[in-house]
Design a protein around this ligand. Structure first.
Ligand code: ADP
Length: 653
């Protein structure tokens, strides 16, 4: 049959009666017995002295043997007391010794009884019986002592001239024997119980002590855990809040010091064949720790850490050949080094902790250091990424600057020859000679159209260059948007008829006059309408709506206006909603561009929306697009929203 043991609860464990073994109990009783023997020998010696005195006063024939015997007994008891006093007698001999002492007394009185041949001294024997019953804690020894004394007493009584005179004393002696046994058994029982209780108590106390220790350990662990969580939280927060490497590493060492004791701690980074300290704590100020360079040598502690990729603990540094003591620093005794491993799994350095006392680092402490080393590696990684990002960003800025410079130069350089091409080609177009030849006339028209288109592109390049260099000049005057938009739409009538597009205007009557640069806004809506025409298939509709915005909208005290250019075109994938406003960004295939301004998917240089955004933002407004997605089959359409403030601040941004 298999027995299952259920886990004990803490209460069970406390209340359960601990078992006490027989041998254990015997040993405890022997100890009690041994303890009581010392005063007993003293009392016996006193009694024996009195007896010797009493015997000596007897007639000579009686006095000599009895006194001699009592003296011998006294000597024996004295030796016993000495041995007991010096604790020379093991506890297991306590009962035989007790029996011996009782026997010495009994022999006294029995010899005296035999010599006296009268029953009177039996009274003494009775008292010795009772005393022995009280003293001896071993039933066999008691039986042996009292039994032999009884036998001897009986022999003496039977050999006396008048045995019947002894019967009364005999009865008394038997009663004393019974009493001795009762006392003995009662005492034995109570001592046993007392001993069981004592042992139980001791066991419980021990158990309670263990529990207290366990509880203390638990609280200690809990405290350490909380401290660890707190410190790690603080470090993680610093990691996510600051990119200042020195600050973060300093904080890591500071928090580590709250958990692991060290005299000097440093974060060391490998640079070629050296280790340089990037953060330090506990170093003497004059040692200038951040200037310390430790050369990496064959099989030194750092090389060992690199190879094992695990912490290295050196309980005693002195005398180690792989240890390099940095000059002007107090000598290290105990040391722990933990590798710093980056995201590419490479050892980039180590976290080094030194104690100037020979107090080795424990496994638990090293575990904590490992956690902080992980944080330090993240901080270093972040710093590297940040500096790489900074470099990339600077490079991008340089590239962007080059691009802007190129646009400015190209626009400027192209403008002059283009003016000539435009002027002369228009003159040639009006030449009657060319007008006669339809083929040449067509070619001339192509040149003029191309020059106009090129002029538009160069204008856009100039605009974007101005926006980039923040040199766009705006002249804010009252502008009636309805008129501006209506005249703009009229300029597209021809193109829209060609492409069978419907152009609609839906402007609120109460649309207020706004403070703006009319020419700049014309460009904004020109690019938006051109795009709407370009990306809407033939037969589609383009609607311009205009509404007033209440005061307070977008944080504008006087309110503003919202113009929406909505088309039924191919739509724009939401992934590109922000990107299309950056210069040169086009969602379609660049190679597929056709050069027509209003042709379906005619394409362009990718500057239109960047100009729109630049001008709108220079007005303090916002522009964004809404479209469910790009689909040439279903044409979900796009809506470009432009919001502009009613008034401009005194000092334009
Ligand atoms: P582009 O000169 O290419 O028209 P823009 O800056 O004006 O440059 O537009 C950038 C890109 O945004 C376009 O290439 C086009 O893919 C997309 N786009 C702009 N307007 C619309 C529109 N109304 N419908 C669909 N796509 C548009």
């Amino acid at each position: 049959m298999t027995q299952t043991t259920s886990p004990r609860t803490s209460n069970d464990a406390i209340s359960a009666t601990p078992e006490i073994g027989k041998a254990e109990l015997r040993a405890a009783l022997d100890e009690v017995m041994l303890d009581s023997l010392r005063p007993v020998t003293a009392v016996l010696m006193a009694l024996l002295c009195i007896l010797i005195y009493g015997y000596a006063r007897q007639p000579r024939a009686l006095a000599v043997p009895t006194a001699l015997m009592a003296a011998l007994a006294l000597a024996a008891v004295f030796v016993c007391s000495l041995l007991l006093y010096h604790r020379k007698i093991p506890a297991r001999y306590a009962n035989p010794l007790g029996a011996l002492l009782a026997a010495l007394m009994l022999i006294q009185r029995l010899v005296y009884l035999a010599l006296l041949r009268a029953p009177e001294p039996t009274a003494n024997i009775i008292l010795i019986f009772v005393g022995t019953g009280f003293l001896i804690l071993s039933t066999p020894w008691l039986v042996a002592t009292l039994g032999s004394a009884l036998v001897v007493w009986l022999a003496i009584a039977l050999r006396s001239p008048d045995p019947s005179a002894w019967s009364h004393n005999g009865f008394l002696l038997l009663s004393a024997t019974a009493l001795a046994f009762i006392i003995h058994l009662t005492r034995l029982n109570s001592l046993r119980r007392q001993e069981v209780l004592r042992v139980q108590n001791e066991l419980r106390n021990r158990e309670l002590e263990q529990r207290a220790v366990a509880l203390e350990t638990f609280y200690q662990t809990e405290r350490s855990r909380r401290l660890l969580t707190e410190t790690l939280y603080e470090v993680s927060r610093a990691l996510s809040q600051t990119l200042n490497l020195e600050e973060v590493l300093g904080l890591i060492l500071e928090n580590l010091a709250r958990l692991v004791a060290f005299d000097r701690g440093s974060v060391m980074l490998r640079q070629d064949n050296e280790l340089l300290i990037v953060a330090a704590r506990g170093f003497p100020a004059e040692s200038n720790p951040l200037q310390i360079r430790v050369p990496i040598k064959e099989n030194d502690v750092f090389q060992q850490i690199c190879q094992s990729r695990a912490p290295l603990i050196i309980p005693e540094v002195s005398g180690r050949l792989d240890w390099q003591q940095v000059e002007h620093l107090p000598p290290a005794r105990a040391w722990a080094g933990v590798p710093l491993i980056d995201a590419q799994n490479e050892v980039i350095g180590m976290l080094s902790l030194t104690r100037e006392t020979p107090q080795p680092y424990t496994g638990d402490e090293t575990g904590l250091v490992l956690t902080f080393a992980g944080q330090a590696a993240i901080a270093l990684q972040n710093a590297r990424l940040y500096s790489a990002l900074g470099e990339a960003y600077a490079q991008l800025e340089r590239l962007d600057q080059t691009k802007s410079d190129f646009i400015t130069v190209a626009a400027h350089e192209l403008r002059t020859p283009l003016t000539l091409i435009r002027g002369y080609s228009q003159m040639l177009l009006k030449d009657p000679e060319i007008g006669k030849d339809t083929e040449r006339l067509e070619m001339m028209r192509g040149i003029v159209d191309g020059a106009i288109r090129l002029n538009d592109i160069i204008n856009s390049m100039v605009d974007i260059a101005k926006i980039d260099t923040r040199t766009l000049q705006l002249y804010f005057l009252p502008v009636t948007l309805e008129n501006l938009l209506r005249s703009l739409l009229n300029s597209f009538r021809e193109a829209s008829q060609e492409r069978h597009l419907t152009l609609r205007m839906n402007i609120e009557e109460s649309l207020p006059v706004i403070e703006a640069d009319a020419d700049a806004l014309k460009k904004v809506f020109y690019h938006l309408v051109v795009n709407a025409i370009k990306y809407t298939p033939d037969g589609g509709t383009i609607t311009i709506t205009g509404s007033a915005l209440k005061p307070g909208a977008y944080g504008w005290p006087a309110g503003g206006v919202e113009i929406v250019i909505r088309d039924t075109g191919i739509g724009i994938d939401p992934r590109y909603h922000n990107l299309i406003f950056t210069k040169f960004y086009q969602t379609g295939e660049v190679a597929l561009h056709s050069s027509g301004t209003t042709k379906f998917k005619g394409g362009g240089p990718g500057l239109g929306l960047a100009i729109v955004k630049g001008i709108v933002e220079a007005h303090g407004g916002k522009v964004w697009v809404e479209s469910t997605g790009y689909d040439e089959a279903t044409c979900p359409g796009s809506s470009f929203h432009v919001v502009l403030p009613l008034t401009q601040p005194e000092e334009p941004a």
